[in-house]
Design a protein around this ligand. Structure first.
Ligand SMILES: [Zn+2]
Ligand SMILES: [Zn+2]
Length: 72
């Protein structure tokens, strides 16, 4: 696998996805430091941008679910 991928902080709540999608890319980058969702206060999870699965350890260099490379 050599897909370029990023780790993204995301909220698990489906109700929040619309609001997250409406955020500008610049602001979205800052959100990667968030611990709690600003829309529902749920704890944020780290996700693979390629497969969307939750990543349990933010230090992973490859996605354990799809093999995407986070290092690029
Ligand atoms: Zn939320
Ligand atoms: Zn993945």
């Amino acid at each position: 696998m050599n897909d370029k991928a990023t780790k993204q902080k995301a909220c698990r709540e489906e109700d929040c996805q619309e609001q997250w999608n409406a955020i500008s890319p610049d602001l979205r980058q800052q959100c990667d430091n968030f611990v709690y969702c600003p829309f529902c206060s749920s704890e944020m999870v780290t996700r693979c941008s390629v497969c969307g699965e939750t990543i349990s350890d933010a230090d992973y260099r490859f996605c354990p679910w799809c093999g995407a490379d986070f290092q690029g």
